[in-house]
Design a protein around this ligand. Structure first.
Ligand SMILES: Cc1ncc(COP(=O)(O)O)c(C=O)c1O
Length: 332
């Protein structure tokens, strides 16, 4: 599979490390648990979007863009990494954020501001509904805007996770390791689509288990259909002869709780347990929920003691500071 012709802009530090979490595993009574540290991708406190942005911003530059525009929640990690990437390349960055402007910026929003991004508050439109209008305004000002999709989840973003899977595969070969499951937070689908395709391309029997973060928050197409379609269109982009159907998607929606960004007991326990056994920070919205799901799947026997699990850490810890009111530990 050759995709060297696809433009790419280096933004992070790769490969990210692959480490074993022996103390967390002991605490849970097995299985073997490894972690892929994409919280350390190196761009502005890291995260999975750095991988996607290498291809997406590579494309923006190839198209001669002088500014980028994307959307997300007020505490979007995707927006924070986009703002940092744009700053590092001298591109203007416009962020269309859901909700209302808070009195005080903290967490990712504070970082968006530090990176000099232009913030547009969009109220209930948290998935970029206002982008076309802003693009038109920018064009009338003589700018050349490039739209980065919500969560960076298009074929270029997913391709980054095909590449990430290859990176993991080579690390596994070096230490003679194989995994039965890869567990991670799934939200806009690009990470999952890319890992599914990477897994298929390498004929691996590993299960790619996305933990759903959003509660049915899909605008037009159901999220599972979107992710499968994205895996297929990414395969087409790189001329890979693979087709996925919905039965190939493992998206566990048991842990969405109160919905996106509603932090409960599950996330609180996962954040504290991972920090106190391994000295590793998870985030309240994505990785806290995904790790909470993994812990529950281990306790309920859905993942067995003999399994070998990789938890893909997708970043997000800067949001901890904005969610302190929802963290039990803050009140202890
Ligand atoms: C920390 C973190 N983990 C996971 C995800 C989900 O990745 P994807 O949007 O590719 O499904 C995101 C996306 O916003 C994120 O910020």
């Amino acid at each position: 599979m050759d995709y060297n012709h696809i433009p790419r802009q280096s933004l992070g530090f790769f490969p990210t490390s692959l480490i074993e979490l022996t103390r967390l595993s002991d605490k849970l009574g097995g299985p073997t648990i490894f972690m892929k540290r994409d919280d350390n991708t190196g761009l502005a406190l890291g995260g999975n979007k750095t991988r996607k942005l290498e291809f997406i911003i590579g494309d923006a530059l190839a198209q001669g863009a002088d500014c980028v525009i994307t959307a997300g929640a007020a505490q979007s990690n995707h927006c924070r990494q986009t703002a940092a990437a744009a700053a590092s390349l001298g591109l203007d960055c416009h962020l269309v954020l859901g909700g209302e402007e808070p009195e005080q910026a903290s967490g990712n929003l504070l970082l968006d501001k530090i990176f000099g991004s232009h913030i547009h508050w969009a109220g209930a439109h948290r998935k970029g509904e206002d982008i076309p209008k802003i693009v038109e305004q920018l064009k009338t000002q003589g700018k050349k805007p490039y739209v980065i999709p919500y969560g960076g989840s298009n074929e270029l973003g997913a391709l980054a996770f095909v590449e990430a899977f290859k990176e993991l595969e080579s690390q596994c070969q070096n230490i003679n390791e194989t995994f039965t499951h890869i567990v991670f937070a799934s939200s806009s689908g690009g990470t999952q689509a890319g890992l599914m395709l990477g897994n298929r391309l390498s004929n691996s029997p590993c299960q790619i288990v996305g933990i759903n973060i959003d509660k049915g928050e899909t605008d037009k197409v159901p999220f599972d259909q979107y992710t499968v379609a994205l895996a297929n269109s990414t395969a087409a982009l790189i001329a890979a002869d693979h087709q996925f159907s919905e039965s190939d998607l493992i998206l566990n929606s048991d842990y969405v709780g109160g919905g996106y960004g509603v932090v409960g007991t599950l996330e609180n326990e996962a954040i504290e347990m991972t920090a106190q056994t391994e000295g590793i920070l998870l985030d309240p919205v994505y990785t806290g929920r995904a790790m909470g799901g993994l812990i529950d799947m281990i306790r309920t026997g859905k993942i067995k003691q003999t399994d070998r699990v990789l938890f893909w850490h997708t970043g997000g810890a800067p949001a901890l500071f904005a969610y302190s009111n929802d963290l039990d530990i803050a009140k202890k």
